[in-house]
Design a protein around this ligand. Structure first.
Ligand SMILES: [Zn+2]
Length: 396
């Protein structure tokens, strides 16, 4: 796979990188994208969260394709450890450096330019509708802002541009965050028999939770439930028995798992332990978060983002794979290891979804994050190929 260097695409990616857009600060990038899509007369909507949605309708009936790219990035805590300016968009040795190059402004730029090129080549002479969504706040809430987008766009197909190294992703594990708390009774630690130590109770509960079997699903890595923090109250505890102990679990989800099915084994064990020990008291629940969008709108949700997986034999997967093979990209059909906006589109809304993007998954959130210029350009051609495949006349 070798495509000609594309100056418009490279320059546009650099513009996006030079405009810092931490979660909740995406307004500048929305402006840049909005200007770009106006060049082809796209209909532009900014929703209440500040997502930008740009759509171009063909002159006849057909499917709606949505290209989804988040436009927020994780922060750069210490720019001095970078060997290139994280907001400079510098190119060296065929790599374009900067925060968000890999995750995922490179893909955003490639999707935008691909849509421009497709529309410049076809005018309105195509079936259906092509939409791009630049999504805010993905780094904190995968799929929450996307709910608003799918309500507005009602897509038949979604292309997630997260890094796939030019492979075609047809699934991902989801993610949930579970808080478990045990309750004790304060007492001076010189007389522990007068109280109940919440940490001792938690230690026993943790052991029992570790023995819960993890779910499996064909084509995806196993589900898991990993303890990520533990806190006792009061902290620090000066000569006092802790009255509360809380732990957080990161739970990786598989398709078909629901909030109820995920919490059930945890609650069952708590129930058993309460029956065995009258002093044992505990609770388990999904955590919730709230942030503010640049529009002023709060964005909040319970942290439960479902997994999803499509079969390689699905006609839309085969059609796209064949077209990408024809243009020399030859993707493998695999699944993402991390959580994406696909949690909403495929996991919650059941919309046919695929992931395709430049760069490696493991470059996200790193120091000296980069995207290879060759992959950036190839991804842009890949997106054009996906439009050609899904907007064929015989599609429905
Ligand atoms: Zn991402």
């Amino acid at each position: 796979m070798k495509f000609e260097r594309d100056e418009e695409l490279i320059a546009f990616t650099q513009r996006l990188i030079r405009c810092r857009s931490y979660s909740g600060e995406e307004e500048g990038v929305v402006q840049i994208l909005s200007e770009k899509f106006k060049e082809i007369g796209a209909e532009i909507t900014i929703d209440r969260y500040g997502d930008i949605i740009a759509c171009v309708k063909g002159d006849r009936h057909g499917p709606t394709i949505l290209f989804d790219g988040h436009i927020d990035t994780v922060p750069v805590p210490d720019p001095s450890v970078w060997s290139h300016d994280p907001f400079g968009g510098e190119i060296a040795d065929g790599k374009l450096y900067g925060r968000g190059t890999s995750d995922m402004k490179g893909a955003d730029a490639a999707m935008a330019i691909a849509i421009l090129r497709y529309v410049q080549a076809h005018g309105r002479d195509f079936p259906g509708e092509i939409c791009f969504a630049g999504v805010v706040h993905e780094e904190c809430f995968e799929g929450v802002a996307s709910r608003e987008i799918s309500r507005i766009v009602k897509p038949d197909f979604v292309v997630i541009g997260e890094a796939s190294e030019m492979n075609l992703k047809i699934g991902q594990r989801g993610r949930a965050e579970i808080k478990v708390e045990t309750y004790g009774k304060s007492a001076h630690s010189s007389n522990p028999e007068k109280g109940i130590n919440a940490v001792y109770k938690m230690v026993r509960l943790i052991e029992r939770l570790r023995a819960v079997p993890v779910p499996e699903y064909p084509g995806l890595a196993k589900g898991n439930m990993e303890l990520t923090d533990i806190v006792s109250v009061p902290y620090p505890g000066a000569s006092v028995l802790p009255s509360l102990c809380s732990v957080t679990y990161d739970r990786r989800l598989l398709p078909k798992e629901t909030p109820g099915s995920v919490l059930k084994p945890v609650l069952d064990i708590i129930g058993q332990m309460e029956a065995e020990d009258p002093e044992f008291k505990a609770k388990a629940y999904f955590t919730a978060g709230e942030e503010r969008c640049y529009t002023g709108e709060p964005i909040a949700d319970t942290r439960f983002f479902p997994g999803w997986k499509y079969d390689a034999s699905e006609p839309y997967v085969q059609k796209v794979k064949q077209r990408l093979d024809e243009i020399g990209i030859c993707p493998e059909l695999t699944a993402y290891n991390f959580c994406t906006n696909g949690s909403h589109y495929a996991g919650e809304a059941g919309i046919r979804t695929m992931g395709f993007g430049p760069s490696r998954e493991d470059l996200a959130h790193t120091v000296d994050e980069y995207v290879e210029v060759d992959q950036l350009v190839a991804a842009m051609h890949g997106y054009i190929g996906i439009m050609e495949a899904l907007l064929e006349e015989d599609d429905r």
